[in-house]
Design a protein around this ligand. Structure first.
Ligand code: ATP
Ligand code: MG
Length: 565
């Protein structure tokens, strides 16, 4: 790569870091962190942040810490901690020995709060939370000073200690930073930095009844850990002055640089933990790992690979302004990955019986089928062919329209890896529905090629009736019907935008015999149908597949059109 293209490929965060390294700003070190709050499972938006934070650390021989931002005991849970660790590992990143918890800093955070009080930079305020909100003012109006703002340092120290000792009711007092009630930035209008909250913390139990607020805990945790670049999403831009104010007032040794980037939004889904959690808790989906969820665990169960998710995060890039990414790009990335990796097999989702009249009754031939024409190193397998087979119902029309190249009365098609067949008869049941087809095959077309150069336009997938295995196949649509499910009037319930047909279960599918050994997590291309993954519900003799994506790639089409412009 020449120097020009190298600079071009750097996003604005990587450019800042490169400049800092050049200027030896942090002693040539890069230390980042990924700071999830353990109040839900990670989603694809978090994957963007993980790839960025772990990515820039790796690229610059630095380290990335995993820090659980566990300062709100009411919503946090150990289950979330375990799932977050599992998801980060699965994505392919490693925090090594750098696993931290903001709760491990509670004692130090308390001491820093005392330090602020002693400097006259924090005070105990006894307004109610409604009053605090009211006094805060608005973007247009300045705030009003709290009547408690001028309490003496001694009184503040005494009250704050007694808050810690549990002398006061929840909500009766808070500790606030003493900054500026006239600031144009609402975050600087004497923000609350500690609150009384009697709640059992998943790590510190009942040791504490006061807890630090995010803005106070986060910058100090970054500083304690010696973070060089504190990368976060855009909504924290207005919090940066507070981040810097706290660290300047406390005169800490390490003052990390906060840099904001645009969060990922995807169409046809929601990406807030609060909303995802509501879908899980109210049973709108079957858990956090429901294959329709945009969570990492949902995508994993659906069949996404870590490589495809990392590639997606690379393709969307890192920018400073918010935008919505088309979910088709995510789907494109998994297709691209599985196109070269997944074994191609045959499965009939909606079977139609076909009897080949001129094929010997008990004969079974083992036909050669390559596993992936994109990669011949993946080898081949033998698939059984016999007198009775199944094809897809959709692949036959009694009364075909023009340019219908699949099977129809009198029409000839190729059976993939097998023979040419021609339909001779249609048998219907009492209701007049098609029950089975009779065909003749041409023994001179073994392997699917005619020696006399006769061409057919349609190639169908099939399975041998005697050998096929029954399976359930689950097809998924978008979780939401609307492209932007959150775009609605105040008070509108986003759940009303859910797609009622986001899952379709097909219970009488037939798959080729070689899938006998398929295990949960194995991925395949079902010829002409898409990419599929064996679901966790699957077991030997009771196969269940999730469709990851169909083969139709709308993103590739968009890209092609753009190139042609
Ligand atoms: P949510 O808004 O989904 O509830 P959050 O920001 O509260 O998420 P955290 O656990 O605080 O979730 O997030 C951990 C890190 O992941 C933060 O640094 C946050 O900025 C980042 N992050 C969260 N959502 C996204 C997103 N959609 N795109 C990029 N980064 C994100
Ligand atoms: Mg958060």
């Amino acid at each position: 790569m020449n120097e020009k293209s190298c600079t071009l490929s750097l996003d604005f965060i990587r450019s800042i870091i490169a400049e800092d390294l050049k200027a030896n700003k942090h002693g040539g070190k890069v230390i980042t962190r990924f700071p999830p709050e353990p109040n839900g499972y990670l989603h694809i938006g978090h994957a963007k942040s993980i790839c960025l934070n772990f990515g820039v650390a790796l690229e610059n021989k630095g380290v990335c810490h995993l820090r659980f931002d566990d300062t709100n005991p009411a919503k946090e849970d150990i289950e979330y901690i375990e799932s977050i660790k599992e998801d980060i590992c699965w994505l392919g990143f490693d925090w090594g020995e750098h696993l931290y918890f903001a709760s491990d800093y509670f004692e130090r955070l308390y001491e820093y709060a005392i330090q602020l009080i002693k400097k006259g930079k924090a005070y105990v305020c006894s307004l109610s939370s409604e009053e605090i909100r009211e006094y805060r003012g608005t973007l247009k109006e300045p705030g009003k000073e709290s009547p408690y703002k001028n309490r003496s340092i001694e009184e503040n120290l005494d009250l704050f200690k007694r808050m810690r000792e549990g002398e006061f009711e929840d909500g009766s007092h808070v500790l606030r930073a003493k900054i500026d009630m006239n600031s144009g930035n609402l975050n600087m209008r004497d923000p609350v930095i500690y609150r009384i909250q009697r709640a059992t913390h998943h790590r510190t139990g009942n040791n504490w009844c006061i807890y630090p607020m995010y803005d106070f805990a986060h910058c100090i945790s970054d500083s304690i850990e010696g973070i060089t670049h504190s990368i976060c999403t855009l909504e924290f831009e207005d919090h940066r002055p507070l981040y810097d104010w706290i660290l300047e007032e406390l005169e800490v040794d390490c003052h990390p640089q906060q840099i904001e980037f645009a969060r990922l939004s995807l169409n046809y889904t929601v990406m807030s933990k609060r909303k995802l959690s509501e879908l899980v808790k109210k049973n709108y989906v079957n858990g956090w790992d429901d294959p329709r969820m945009p969570t990492i665990s949902g995508l994993r169960r659906r069949g996404y690979t870590p490589e495809a998710i990392r590639k997606f995060c690379e393709r969307i890039g890192v920018a400073k302004s918010n935008s919505v990414v088309d979910i088709a790009l995510l789907e494109h990335c998994i297709r691209e990955d599985l196109n070269i990796k997944a074994k191609r097999v045959m499965a009939v989702l909606q079977p139609l019986k076909v009897i080949i009249d001129n094929y010997p009754e008990d004969q079974v031939e083992k036909l050669e089928a390559e596993n992936n024409p994109e990669d011949l190193c993946m080898g081949s397998r033998k698939i059984p062919f016999s007198k009775v087979i199944y094809i897809e119902q959709d692949d036959f029309r009694e009364d075909p329209p023009k340019k219908y190249y699949r099977l129809a009365p009198g029409q000839e098609v190729r059976l993939k890896h097998a023979y040419y067949i021609k339909c001779t008869k249609v048998i219907k049941n009492e209701q007049g529905e098609i029950a089975e087809l009779h065909c003749d095959y041409d023994p001179e077309t073994k392997g699917g090629w005619s020696k006399d150069g006769r061409k057919v336009k349609g190639t169908l997938h099939w399975v041998s009736a005697k050998h096929a295995l029954k399976a359930e196949v689950r097809l998924y649509g978008h979780l939401f019907e609307k492209e932007n499910p959150e775009e609605a009037e105040e008070g509108f319930d986003f759940k009303l935008n859910m797609n009622k047909n986001s899952i379709e279960r097909l219970n009488s599918c037939l798959v080729e015999k070689s899938l006998d050994e398929a295990k949960p997590g194995n991925r395949y291309q079902f010829l002409r149908q898409g990419y599929f993954c064996v679901d966790l519900d699957s077991s030997k003799g009771n196969l269940v597949f999730n469709r990851i994506v169909s083969l139709r790639d709308s993103w590739a089409k968009i890209e092609k059109a753009q190139q042609e412009i």
